[in-house]
Design a protein. Structure first.
Length: 400
């Protein structure tokens, strides 16, 4: 139904995830028996997801006789199914709506009659700051134009900052470390948002540009490839800082925790983390042969690590081998450094410095790998001209 009602796959993905994921937290899927406010509990009972959980729980109940047949839940699911089918049928028969015509209306033009997205050529060779600024702006624009990127990098972390403390006793609940639950999740979600933008979304756009031939055409322009990569990294950092500000504003409005004394360190941790995530993500995308495989590799590593890196779950006891592995990767170091920075009772040095050193080591290693594997054409191996000798290790191919 939503796929028929919404104008693009990206918006459909964002809206459906924006509905399902928050409902999962109030429908006894992620938290069972949490201290949920009555309003949220009633909201969960209104929507079908909670009734799906109840039906499956009754069917899988191992006790003699099982849990019985939850007729009420089955009735709610039937009503939702019938209503959604009716709306979907109406959407399929009504044809293109006026809002579609408005959304895909005539191509905007400038006063000189050219399409609005065609920039006028300027005489002379653009300077490095101008080229860098264009790449930063392009990176930020590609993120804000994609509804899915905005949701997963900004909207989803903000939702978790609201929902997780509410179903676990409230944002004012004080942890053993001394930080409040709301402030703790604000810190971890800022790191998560930075990781989604820098490690997943920005490298995915780079891989897609490679598949479309954009990077190949860039080699014939005044834009050096090392400057293109630098612009993408700084653009990812810019979006990550904006995400931090949105999360901080939401946390301040909900829980009023006050400005933590370690906020300068928290900002430094976010900057170092975002740069590290982006360089690592670009290195992963350079190894992947397609954009689809790049997104699979990045999400396939990020999401499991979130569960063992104190991002989604806190206080869990993992097997020793799994706990050791989690400390090898940079995500847990970024998360721990960020939460330490907002916890008043924690000494920031030298532990935070060690976490930053690990992030720096990952950044240097990923940059070296990127300098050897970066390519502008899909598939195959990078040419010698593409990974030879410029300051960043990524050289612009000279076109005669």
């Amino acid at each position: 139904m939503l796929a028929l009602a919404l104008p693009s796959p990206q918006l459909t993905l964002a809206v459906t995830n924006g509905i399902v994921i928050p409902l999962a937290f109030i429908s006894d899927m992620f938290f069972v028996g949490g201290e949920m406010p009555e309003l949220l509990s009633r909201a969960g009972s209104f929507f079908p997801l909670k009734h799906v959980v109840q039906v499956l729980s009754a069917a899988l109940d191992p006790s003699p006789g099982g849990g019985g047949i939850p007729w009420a839940s089955l009735g709610v699911l039937a009503l939702w199914g019938a209503a959604a089918a009716g709306v979907a049928g109406w959407l399929m028969t009504r044809g293109e709506g006026a809002w579609r015509s408005a959304a895909t209306g005539p191509e905007p033009v400038r006063r000189d009659g050219r399409p609005a997205d065609v920039q006028q050529r300027r005489p002379g060779r653009p300077t490095v700051p101008v080229l860098l600024g264009h790449q930063i702006g392009h990176t930020a624009a590609t993120q804000w134009r994609d509804a899915g990127s905005v949701f997963f990098a900004v909207g989803f972390p903000v939702l978790l900052v609201v929902i997780i403390p509410m179903v676990n006793g409230g944002g004012d609940l004080r942890l053993d470390s001394g930080a409040t639950l709301g402030l703790f999740y604000a810190a971890t979600m800022a790191i998560y948002g930075a990781a989604v933008t820098a490690y997943v979304n920005v490298p995915q756009v780079m891989a897609e540009d490679r598949e479309k031939g954009v990077l190949k055409r860039v080699r014939a322009t005044p834009l050096p490839l090392w400057l293109l990569v630098l612009g993408r990294v700084i653009g990812a950092l810019f979006v990550a800082v904006l995400t931090l500000l949105v999360i901080a504003a939401g946390t301040a409005a909900l829980y009023r925790p006050g400005l933590p004394t370690g906020w300068p360190m928290a900002l430094l941790v976010l900057v170092v983390s975002a740069i590290a995530f982006c360089v690592i993500g670009l290195a992963v995308a350079s190894i992947a042969r397609t954009a689809q495989s790049a997104i699979g590799m990045s999400l396939g590593t990020l999401l499991p690590l979130c569960f063992v890196s104190d991002i989604f779950v806190i206080g869990a006891k993992f097997p020793t081998w799994l706990d050791t592995i989690s400390w090898v990767f940079p995500l847990r170091h970024a998360s721990r450094a960020m939460t330490d920075a907002v916890t008043p009772e924690v000494e920031l040095w030298p532990s935070t410095g060690l976490h930053l050193l690990v992030l720096l080591a990952w950044t240097i290693g990923a940059a070296l790998l990127l300098s050897r594997t970066f390519r502008t054409e899909p598939g195959g191996r990078p040419t010698a001209a593409e990974h030879a000798t410029e300051p960043s290790g990524i050289r612009q191919k000279v076109v005669a």
